[in-house]
Design a protein around this ligand. Structure first.
Ligand code: FES
Length: 158
């Protein structure tokens, strides 16, 4: 794992925060570690194709999830929906180097949030994995999820 890249991403995460004018939002939560990641996507059209104009995220999760989400939201810019669907947690984590086994699920949380957002973009799909997705602040979902599963969520404020 590239500690320098990790520390830089944590110290200065890119595209952090809610996106008021997003076209899609997806949320995932892990019952095991209690972390949550939400991703917002804004689309535009380029050369007749729908592409991601920008992406942002919120994470009440560990630092690895924040670092991967930061990298992912940068990588997503300009990708078509099909290309974004192909993006794996491993690919999003490449700038950080190989994640240790106990941190692989952190990248998968980011991938899950992206997939949930991409599903939300499709007219018939539901944008949630584990917890309901909504466009509001992630803290609201944490409160809802904590009420639904007391003792299962861990919130880390930095
Ligand atoms: S997202 Fe659960 S420990 Fe990193």
């Amino acid at each position: 794992m590239n500690e320098q890249q990790l520390n830089e991403a944590i110290a200065n995460p890119r595209n952090l925060g809610e996106m008021a004018d997003a076209d899609a939002v997806g949320t995932v939560g892990s019952p095991e570690c209690g972390d949550m990641v939400r991703m917002w996507l804004k689309f535009t059209e380029k050369d007749g194709q729908k592409v991601i104009d920008r992406a942002s995220f919120q994470s009440f999760g560990c630092q690895t999830a924040i670092a991967v989400a930061s990298m992912a939201t940068e990588m997503l810019r300009g990708r078509t929906v099909a290309e974004a669907r192909e993006l794996s947690a491993a690919e999003m984590s490449v700038p950080l180097g190989a994640l240790p086994p106990m941190k692989i699920h952190c990248g998968q949380m980011v991938e899950g949030a992206l997939r949930a957002a991409l599903e939300a973009e499709a007219p018939t799909a539901v944008a949630a994995a584990v917890v309901p997705a909504a466009a509001g602040h992630l803290a609201e979902s944490l409160g809802e999820a904590a009420a639904a599963a007391p003792g299962k969520l861990r919130v880390v404020f930095e």
